[in-house]
Design a protein around this ligand. Structure first.
Ligand code: PMV
Length: 352
């Protein structure tokens, strides 16, 4: 699909309406880090969509009022977030031509702790894009489910890149790659379930909250620093190349290769941060202690516990539900929880 196909209908019939939607967060296995104009990713990425970490959003649209946005997070007014959403709505007017013709009261809440550092922008923009598509269907006419979902993913991407992957369950690809039919830089697509071994269809993601609170460098700034990173082109090429083994691994269920590739992707993301100018490090002491303990545990037990990281200090502990999970959970509770700030762990699953 081309950008032209996402342009909105000029005829519409607006009215005051309240809609609600929910959207989960996601965790990337092959990472997106670096982008071009209009949120075009520098390389393709693939993620797991989480089942429990979600944003629930209620959007009240008051028709024919001066355009304004008011946002509340768990009942508290968030002025900064409202400014961000106002800018975002102005930016997507060509795709939803009615969007500036009213005022909005947006109430959101996350099912995970606010200060946890879990990416709320993916689930947040995903839920907002879904609400907007609900309003659009009511004002401009019904679309097919597929069309509506694709456009919601397209719109979510313009809010926060990785948000476009949160619109789908299971494994999701964003960014054009010859390895995945139908993949696009403009929106995400679901990775074919028939191409995925059962071992990956029931997975755990326990997020260790190593550091709660604001990150020292936002992901917007981090993406921007890839523009001058001398290793950026090689990294983009590597991520593209990594789709070849990833496809084979997902099909065959080869857990050892999966672990190696996923951990390599996480460490490469953080290596890119360290090689930026100015350099920055988002990992904390606890992050490194946990990684070393995971490696020791694997050496000693051969059990499939491994990690990935997003743009922060928290560690996503990944392990399949293959019968070994009780031993892994006992180890996490006994050895890894102590490296979190307040015994903080968010226990999620990816089942599809
Ligand atoms: O969507 P953004 O701009 O918050 O960037 C997300 C980047 C990573 O989480 C580090 C990787 C990814 O692919 O989700």
């Amino acid at each position: 699909m081309t950008i032209q196909e996402f342009l909105g209908k000029k005829e519409f019939n607006i009215h005051t309406q309240t809609v609600s939607e929910s959207c989960p967060s996601n965790i990337a296995l092959i990472k997106y880090w670096g982008k071009y104009k209009d949120q075009i990713p520098a390389n393709p990425s693939i993620s797991f969509t989480l089942n429990h970490c979600k944003t629930n959003t209620e959007m009240e649209f008051v028709a024919n009022e001066a355009f304004s946005v008011q946002t509340f997070l768990s009942g508290n007014e968030e002025v900064k977030f409202a400014e961000k959403i106002e800018k975002y709505f102005k930016n997507i007017e060509q795709y939803l031509p009615w969007i500036l013709q009213g005022k909005y009261i947006i109430k959101t809440e996350n099912t995970f702790p606010h200060s946890s550092g879990i990416a709320s922008s993916a689930s947040g923009f995903g839920a907002i894009a879904k609400c907007l598509m609900k309003l659009d269907e009511s004002f401009s006419g019904k679309k097919s489910d597929e069309e509506s979902l694709t456009k919601a993913s397209f719109l979510a991407r313009l809010g926060s890149g990785s948000a476009c992957r949160s619109l789908y369950n299971g494994l999701v690809v964003w960014g054009e790659t010859d390895e995945v039919k139908g993949s696009s830089d403009l929106f995400a697509v679901q990775y074919l379930n028939s191409e995925v071994h059962d071992i990956f269809k029931d997975f755990n993601d326990w997020v260790l909250l190593i550091h709660e609170g604001e990150k020292s460098v936002s992901s917007t700034v981090g993406h921007g620093l890839m523009n001058t990173n001398p290793y950026a082109e090689r990294r983009f090429q590597e991520a593209r190349e990594n789709f070849v083994p990833m496809k084979e691994i997902l099909k065959s269920g080869d857990m050892q290769r999966f672990i190696k590739l996923v951990e390599h992707e996480a460490l490469t993301l953080h290596a890119m941060m360290m090689m930026s100018d100015p350099a920055f490090i988002l990992m904390k002491t606890g992050t490194l202690e946990v990684i070393n303990k995971i490696w020791d545990f694997r050496r000693e037990t051969d059990l499939p516990l491994f990690f990935t990281l997003d743009a922060g200090a928290n560690v996503h502990l990944l392990f399949p539900s293959d019968g070994s999970e009780e031993k892994i959970k006992t180890f996490i509770e006994a050895e890894l929880l102590q490296h979190t700030q307040k015994n903080g762990v968010v226990k999620d699953v990816m089942k599809f």
